[in-house]
Structure formats: structure tokens, C-alpha cells
Write a protein that binds this ligand. Sequence first.
Ligand code: SF4
Length: 102
Amino acid sequence: MNAIVKPGSDVRVEDKLYQNRYLVDAGRPHIKVAPHETPSPALLALTRVCPAKCYEQNEKGQVEITADGCMECGTCRVLCEASGEIEWNYPRGGFGVLFKFG
Ligand code: SF4
């Protein structure tokens, strides 16, 4: 069975995600990375699997997060919350991602 694709309807996921908006809760990040010297493989993986690219390695190789732009997908929570490597909470009401539907 063939899928019907209308001309001009092949919108890229990145273009759709760009339409979301994010309200920053300044000084109150909803996700924190626990202090560490060397990141575990799971923590390091967050630099590759986060769809919003919130995780990066600093010059010392440690993993840091900038939670602005987080889509609350929960991937990092599944990988690293139970081990204590990150602390994960939802943003306070009214803050965080504002999804555009449609
Ligand atoms: S919840 Fe998803 S989007 Fe947010 S920081 Fe974790 S992996 Fe990235």
C-alpha cells in the first residue's frame, strides 16, 4: 500500500520544532547535572540523544546542560535520573516549552 504524499507537504521535523516557543524560568533550571569529574557513558550519551541539543561537554569533558529549549521528552530522565546523574523536574507552571500544534 502506497502512502499519499501531497505536493509541498514534506515539511522537515526541524522546521516544525522551530515553531515551538520556550519561556525561560531564569535562574531555576528544571534539569540539573550532578557534579562529576568524568561522565559515565550514559551521561555522555545525552550529548547525542537529546533532540533539543541541551547537553554539551565543557572544556574539561564534563557534561553540562542548558535546559532552555528542552521539549520535556524525558529521554535524559530515562537514561540518567535513576542513577542520580541528573535531577529532573517539570518546569514551573507557565514556564518551559509552549508547543505549537497544527
Ligand atoms: S527532556 Fe528531552 S529535550 Fe529535555 S533535556 Fe532531556 S532529552 Fe533533552
